[in-house]
Design a protein around this ligand. Structure first.
Ligand code: PLP
Length: 237
């Protein structure tokens, strides 16, 4: 597809996602600017990120360290400078140092060892990373990561005590094949409890292409939307 064709396609899909967000926020009696859209660009090339930037996108999400770091390195410095890069995938602590160099936010923090590794890496890089505690709402840890809900307060304390990290809230993926609302409601309550001790931890990251309306109805502040904007995922190279 020509650059113009791809740009028009991305613009159309971005607009339709923005319309979905606008009508869901209206239906929920929430302000439109209460909800932030993070466009998940995993599997898609740096060129798409640059086109999305031209269309006004400023938050992008990536879930694999190698792919993300290579892609971000390809962007023009002025494009990169405008973007907030969210790391949303499972992360091994031995990759923390690498991720801390290019990510602005790590949404998938789910174990004490990762907190320690990210804090050290951020401090070494003289950066402060915004982090979310990823919560496992399926209860069966189906390989998608996440801390058990009962472990969230201790994780939050640990993050709050880490000089290189800033606790911003909670993140989750809805359990597969189930009504997402009970899970998103639960995440919202976990976020609320977190805010009684950590008032700045206001983010609730929930909702993807298929369930963003449910997430908005349940109070999500951040959506992570990939395929509804970029299209169905090509095979990994
Ligand atoms: C891929 C991914 C998304 C986006 O999913 P879509 O269904 O493509 O919108 C959101 N969150 C996480 C953690 C992901 O890995």
């Amino acid at each position: 597809m020509s650059g113009d064709g791809r740009s028009a396609q991305l613009r159309d899909r971005l607009e339709s996602v923005q319309e979905r967000i606008a009508s869901a926020t209206r239906a929920a009696g929430r302000a439109a600017d209460d909800v932030s859209l993070i466009v998940v660009t995993k599997y898609f090339p740096a060129r798409d990120v640059a086109l999305l930037h031209d269309l006004g996108v400023r938050d992008v999400g990536e879930n694999r360290d190698q792919e993300a770091s290579a892609k971000i390195a390809e962007l023009d410095a002025d494009v990169r400078g405008d973007l907030t890069v969210h790391f949303i995938g499972q992360l091994q602590s031995n990759k923390a140092r690498h991720v801390a160099r290019y990510a602005d936010v790590v949404q998938s923090v789910d174990r004490p060892k990762l907190v320690t590794a990210l804090d050290r890496a951020a401090t070494e890089a003289a950066r402060t990373l915004d982090v979310l505690v990823q919560v496992d709402l399926a209860g069966d840890d189906a390989g998608r990561g996440g801390a058990a809900p009962t472990d969230v307060p201790a994780m939050a304390e640990r993050i709050a005590a880490a000089p290189g990290l800033r606790l911003r809230g909670v993140m989750a993926v809805a359990p597969l094949g189930a009504d997402p609302r009970p899970a998103f409601d639960r995440l919202a309550r976990i976020g609320e409890r977190l805010r009684s001790d950590h008032p700045d931890a206001t983010w609730v990251s929930a909702g993807m292409s298929a369930d963003l309306e449910d997430a908005i109805a349940c109070g999500a502040t951040h959506l992570r939307v990939g395929s509804a904007i970029l299209g169905s995922r090509p095979q990994r190279r």
